[in-house]
Design a protein around this ligand. Structure first.
Ligand code: PNW
Length: 571
């Protein structure tokens, strides 16, 4: 067994829950089995050939769930976070299409978890809404999805609610709205950055093709509250050698242009300036929608999609509270992701930029569900007319959670980016950096290139949420780092994942420190139990504490990090 290091289980208190996390589309396989319908990721992954070379059944959890529960049990986890596939329960997305075989699968899984004393944390939607609703009414671009999501949730509460004490409505609504509808790197692959919209009535609006560097191509307009900042030269001068990054991809694979040989260059601890991302992957071009989308201006997509996710979340919380909670005695919440965003330097305008960027990602969802409205910064900076209003929904949205799930992976420096707005990227007037004065923000770099481990960020974010949002109950719902895929000559190295141990150890230690500072954080979930389908990176990026040998009947083999967790969790 691997020594636990400086973190001790007992420092977290006896009611603190340790677990691992997965999601349906990333692990289940069996996409065409037992009456399952298609999700938007079926379509997207096929179009982009993302299952290559291992195929859609690679992880095969649908068949191997019992083995997977045993693995968790053996490590000593208390809990398991997984998601239900909407299109397994309702193949067309609608309540009329109820599919008993899909329901039975999750019943078997829940029964198995119960047998092993594992507490389920169940996510209703993890990036994979039904394709049929996309075709019928453009999915989350349309408010109609709110009622269909409620019908689906209602069945889940009815069928599974006796076994589930922790419900999560939506996973990472910000990632869904930005990667799916701004960058187009996630399903459904729409983009606000394509120059495929022109409306003569708003000729001032700038839309950029995905190859345009939006960071430098916008008119240098300064937000007025920054006008009386200090008179330093433009931020470029201060950050010439700082690699620009996007808070989200597509820039993530081009932060360090991959070198040819790096695919095989497995490294435990990528350090210094010159190491390229080991995963070689092109930035995926955004898909131009094959059908006509009802929303006219693509710049509006992410704001609408975010709004409908918030309403869908809130209405399902209301449903649970009105009809199930008193009997089933569970809690319900949402999982939000955030990078820790740090001003590039002490200049006021950069501090404001970091706050703006935080409000455009975490605050986008946390402000509404805590306070009933979007952050002031969004009201001020979102292109006029594109920030939806809550109106009477405000009362349903405000307070619509029992706990917050936080997914934390990495951090960015932020400086101001002068702009006159126009889309989600430029509206923020913020520019993201992974380096400051030539030094990376974090030493441990993930395979896909967007994670730079910055462990104290998890504490800073937890404390920030506690202070700004009235000390909510929090679970860290995901935290982890990825290694590159390997081949038979190198794959033994994947088991010796010291870098993951260092990463998890350091983050856990800061979760403990956040707890000492009074943050009401009651659990921690590693992403992920298994190597799995990492969205637009396909199988090229491995987040598991358990190795999956895709070439070999998807055989499972716990990595060194699993042994380390086992000794940490031993009571
Ligand atoms: C989360 N980003 O997604 C998801 O909840 C998981 O399904 C996923 O496997 C995990 O993090 C690791 O990526 C994210 O680019 C995807 O910043 C992309 C980003 C963040 C989170």
């Amino acid at each position: 067994n691997v020594p636990a290091g400086f973190v001790r289980r007992k420092d977290f208190g006896s009611d603190f829950i340790f677990g691992s996390a997965t999601s349906a589309f990333q692990i289940e396989g069996a996409l065409g089995e037992d009456g399952r319908g298609q999700s938007i990721w079926d379509t997207f992954a096929a179009k982009k050939n993302l299952f290559s070379p291992y195929g859609e059944d690679a992880v095969n959890h649908y068949k191997k769930y019992e083995e997977d529960v045993k693995i968790m049990k053996d490590i000593g986890f208390d809990a398991y976070r997984f998601s239900i596939s909407w299109c397994r329960i309702l193949p067309t997305g609608k309540k009329e299409s109820r599919n008993q075989k899909g329901i039975d699968f999750y019943k078997r899984l829940l029964m198995n978890l119960k047998t092993h004393g594992m507490e389920p944390f169940v996510t209703l939607l993890h990036f994979d809404p039904p394709q049929a609703l996309e075709e019928e009414y453009d999915g989350f671009l349309n408010r109609k999805i709110v009622d269909d999501f409620c019908d689906y949730a209602n069945i889940c509460f009815k069928e599974f609610g006796d076994q589930v004490k922790y419900w999560i409505t939506v996973n990472e609504p910000a990632t869904f709205a930005t990667l799916g509808y701004v960058y187009g790197t996630h399903a459904p692959g729409l983009s606000s950055l394509n120059a495929n919209y022109s409306d003569s009535s708003s000729s001032k609006k700038q839309l950029y093709s995905s190859s345009t560097n939006y960071a430098t191509s916008v008119a240098p307009y300064l937000p007025s509250d920054d006008d009386n900042d200090d008179h330093d030269q433009d931020e470029e001068a201060a950050s010439d050698d700082d690699d620009e990054a996007s808070i989200f991809p597509p820039n993530r694979f081009s932060v360090h242009p991959p070198k040819k040989n790096d695919m095989m260059n497995m490294s435990s601890g990528v350090k210094g300036n010159s190491v390229a991302s080991p995963v070689s992957q092109e930035v995926l071009p955004a898909t131009v929608p094959s059908k006509k989308i009802s929303v006219k201006d693509p710049s509006e997509y992410p704001y609408l999609v975010a709004h409908h996710q918030i309403l869908a979340h809130a209405k399902v919380v209301k449903l649970y509270r009105d009809n199930y909670q008193s009997r089933q005695k569970g809690k319900i919440g949402i999982v939000l992701n955030a990078h820790q965003l740090i001003p590039l330097n002490k200049r006021k305008r950069n501090q404001k930029a970091a706050q703006r960027a935080t409000d455009f990602s975490l605050g986008w969802f946390l402000d509404p569900i805590v306070n009933g409205d979007y952050p002031e910064n969004m009201h001020k900076y979102v292109t006029k007319g594109y920030l939806p209003e809550f109106g009477a929904d405000k009362y349903m949205v405000r307070g619509s959670f029992d706990f917050i799930g936080l997914n934390y992976y990495t951090a960015r420096y932020v400086s101001r980016q002068a702009s006159d707005g126009g889309n989600y990227i430029t509206d923020q007037r913020a520019k993201f950096h992974v380096k400051r004065k030539g030094v990376y923000i974090g030493e441990e770099q993930g395979a896909a290139g967007w994670i730079y481990g910055y462990p104290r960020g998890i504490m800073d974010l937890l404390v920030y949420i506690k202070e700004k949002y009235n000390n909510p109950l929090i679970y860290v719902a995901e935290n982890g780092i990825d290694d590159p895929d390997d081949d038979s000559s190198t794959h033994w190295k994947s088991f010796y994942d010291q870098r993951r141990i260092v990463y998890l150890h350091d983050h856990l230690s800061f979760v403990g420190q956040a707890k000492q500072q009074g943050v009401n954080v009651k659990g921690y979930f590693v992403w992920s139990l298994l190597d799995n389908f990492e969205w637009d990176s396909g199988f090229k990026s491995r987040f598991g504490i358990t190795y999956v040998d895709y070439d070999n009947g998807s055989k499972r083999c716990p990595k060194l990090s699993a042994s380390w967790l086992k000794s940490l969790l031993a009571k």
